[in-house]
Structure formats: structure tokens, C-alpha cells
Design a protein around this ligand. Sequence first.
Ligand SMILES: C[S@@+](CC[C@H](N)C(=O)[O-])C[C@H]1O[C@@H](n2cnc3c(N)ncnc32)[C@H](O)[C@@H]1O
Length: 209
Amino acid sequence: MARKWNSWRQRKRKVVAAFTPNDKFFYRAKEAGYRARSAFKLLEIQEKFRVFTKNQKVLDLWACPWSWLQVAKDNCPWWTFVWLDLQEIEPLEWISTYVCDVFSDKVWKILKENEWFMNFDVIMSDMAPKTMWIPDVDQYASVELNLEALEVMKKYLKPWWHGIFKVFRWEDFNDFWLEAKKIFPKMKTFKPKAVRPRSVEIYCIWKRI
Ligand SMILES: C[S@@+](CC[C@H](N)C(=O)[O-])C[C@H]1O[C@@H](n2cnc3c(N)ncnc32)[C@H](O)[C@@H]1O
């Protein structure tokens, strides 16, 4: 175990060294008024896969600080948005927001209570666990979160509509990928340019044909 722990610490040093918080996407996001640089990842996904059209109902899982919702809102002229995250944001007029941990029963309670309404055209999950900068540990947490997101999609995504997942691609990636492929057999992976080059982040996109 000591050896494994040492190798984790070495990898952590490498990953931290590779991290540049304020790159060009950070400044472009500031200029464009987006709340986070991750907006550009969704813009690239939209350009390539055209997930948003109009009249859509969108569920954003783990949405804080909601830059993805800014992009979704610009791309769906008629929309309804629902938002879930561990963190609170100031109330927004145009959206229903819920604060909850995906692993708690509260998520299912919220979804169940609003079941009449919870039938989505697009569900997106840009989740990221609180990183420890230890790839094996962070990636395992990422897979766990995505398996939960998959459960939500199984139940609340309209058949054959669009789903987006962010996963850390590492040793356990297949645990998620194989499970997701059972539901979304033609799911594709995509790494937007806005993802930092050394990052293990990858997006899995299910696009209705
Ligand atoms: C990368 S951020 C999402 C960024 C967002 N898509 C945007 O563009 O602004 C990931 C989010 O996942 C949330 N998160 C992480 N673990 C969670 C959990 N167990 N339950 C709910 N939300 C969680 C965090 O609070 C964080 O806000």
C-alpha cells in the first residue's frame, strides 16, 4: 500500500504541475461573459453534434456555476431548464434549481415529486468530483458519479434523445462505458479543444439520429 501511495503522490505532483488555471479559454470566457471556461466545451459539442434545437426541456446535472446553462439558453430559443448541484446558486427566474448530492435519496425524491414534468430532451452531466489530484482516486469517483447520472438518464431522458456525460478516462473508464453502451449503443467520445491537453477528461455524447 505504501508503494501505491508513493506512486499516487508522484502522479499528483505531475498533474498539479500541468495545471494552468488561467489559459486562453479562461480569458475568452471572461470576455464573453460566461461564468466558466467550460462553456467553450459545450459550444464545441454543440457545433459538432447539434444537441440543442428549439422547444427543448433540458436537465443540467451538477450545473454550478452554470456556464453550460448560459450556452444552452443561447441555443434553445424555447426551453425549460432544471438544475441540480451540491452547491447553491442565487435563484434564477428562468430555471428550477435544486441543491442535492447525487448519492442522496433527495435526488430521486425531487425527480419523483416532479415526475409529471421530468421528461427531458437533453440531459447533460458535466460532473466533476472534488479532485484530490490522485488520478486513480479522482477517476474512480468520476465513474461512480457518471453511473448515477446514467440512472437518471435511463429514467428521465425521453427515449432516443440527447445525453452528455463527462468522464475521467482512466483505468475504470470501461465500467462506465460498457454500462452506458447498453442504453446508448452508438454513443461517441469527444475531447473538445477547451479541455486541457493533459487532462483525462472526455465527453461521451449520445445524439439522437
Ligand atoms: C465542473 S463543475 C460543472 C460546471 C458547469 N457545467 C458549468 O459549466 O458551469 C462540476 C459540478 O459537479 C458538482 N458535484 C460534484 N459532486 C457532486 C455530487 N455528489 N452531487 C451533486 N453535485 C456534485 C460540483 O458541485 C460542481 O459544481
